[in-house]
Write a protein that binds this ligand. Structure first.
Ligand SMILES: NC(=O)c1ccc[n+]([C@@H]2O[C@H](COP(=O)([O-])OP(=O)(O)OC[C@H]3O[C@@H](n4cnc5c(N)ncnc54)[C@H](O)[C@@H]3O)[C@@H](O)[C@H]2O)c1
Length: 294
């Protein structure tokens, strides 16, 4: 580690688990002071204890505006400032086919958690950063915010909103030296995939269970891990990224680079050509070479 975040104070929401947990750990290793904010008090407190003087825990439900406001106050009380906020708390939210989407309480909570909580985090962090002369705001979006098919409909819509929110606010806050960026993770092995199974308890490590499937999802042949996103967040929070704002940083092992299917599944695109033509190998260079006098 490099002391990349020395003397910076960061708030990380959803830091009791997965991506937030790894990011809190990395930030403290890099010299930052971190307020771990989450609804899971037992896990959040345990992490704060593990990380020692560099971390404190605050019980926060990002769906509740007043709690987000108090979270900013808590960071100032504990560490004196807020240089970075990582709006990262999240969950899959209301799912199912579009004609069966429940627009009642589950929908409202999904919107509150995945979008309103992010807006509130930015709303209350911005004045503090303005007064301090700058800061870095990072929010976790998703590849689901870039393309259809990587998550439930409402989740996808809200993650797209987080990307555009970040761009929109980057324009307003740039003159105050406040950078606003989003991160779009691909498939990252965390408990988020367990959904209701995790809430029902048990000792199953769902992040481990999902790894073999995620390893086959994108060209880089391994599952994404929370540390991959922690590294991206660390970069965006650091002075190395001081000219980067309004950006959506994709960290997905090549998942959204283009059409790609794992060789063990039906091949698509250029990978389908050998099978289609009944040949062992297929090279587009031949098309050029055979058509020309050389
Ligand atoms: N894991 C992936 O493949 C993936 C991919 C793209 C985006 N994401 C996003 O990454 C973020 C982190 O997810 P993760 O994979 O680490 O999942 P996770 O379940 O391991 O962690 C999410 C954390 O958010 C907390 N949280 C949920 N609702 C909250 C609320 N209302 N207030 C405060 N805290 C709350 C949970 O308690 C949990 O600790 C989410 O925004 C998620 O949508 C994850």
């Amino acid at each position: 580690m490099t002391d990349r975040l020395k003397d910076k104070v960061a708030i990380i929401t959803g830091a009791a688990s997965g991506i937030g947990h790894a990011t809190a750990t990395r930030f403290v290793q890099e010299g930052a002071k971190v307020l771990i904010a989450d609804i899971q008090a037992d896990k959040g407190q345990a992490l704060a204890q593990e990380l020692g003087d560099g971390a404190r825990f605050a019980a926060v439900d990002v769906c509740i505006e007043d709690e987000v406001k108090s979270m900013i106050d808590a960071a100032i009380e504990c560490f004196g400032s807020v240089d970075c906020i990582f709006n990262n708390a999240g969950f899959g939210g209301v799912g199912g086919d579009i004609d069966a989407t429940d627009l009642g309480e589950p929908y409202s909570r999904t919107v509150d958690g995945l979008l309103t909580g992010v807006i509130a985090g930015i709303k209350y962090a911005a004045p503090v950063m303005k007064a301090a002369g700058g800061g870095s705001i990072i929010s976790t979006a998703s590849v689901a915010g870039l393309r259809g098919g990587y998550g439930p409909h409402v989740y996808s819509a809200l993650k797209a909103a987080v990307i555009n929110l970040s761009k929109s606010v980057a324009l307003e806050l740039g003159p105050f030296n406040i950078r606003v960026n989003a991160i779009c993770p691909g498939g990252i092995a965390t408990p988020i995939f367990a959904g209701n199974l995790a809430r029902e308890g048990g000792n199953v490590d769902y992040a481990e269970v999902v790894k073999p499937v995620l390893a086959m999802t994108q060209p880089i042949p391994r599952a994404g891990v929370p540390e991959d996103i922690a590294a991206a967040a660390c970069f965006l929070a650091s002075d190395d990224a001081s000219f980067i704002s309004g950006h959506a940083l994709v960290v997905d092992g090549g998942l959204t680079a283009g059409a790609w299917t794992h060789p063990e599944f039906a091949p698509t695109g250029m990978n389908a050509m050998p099978e289609l033509f009944g040949v062992e190998s297929y090279d587009t260079l031949d098309m050029v070479v055979h058509g020309r006098e050389r």
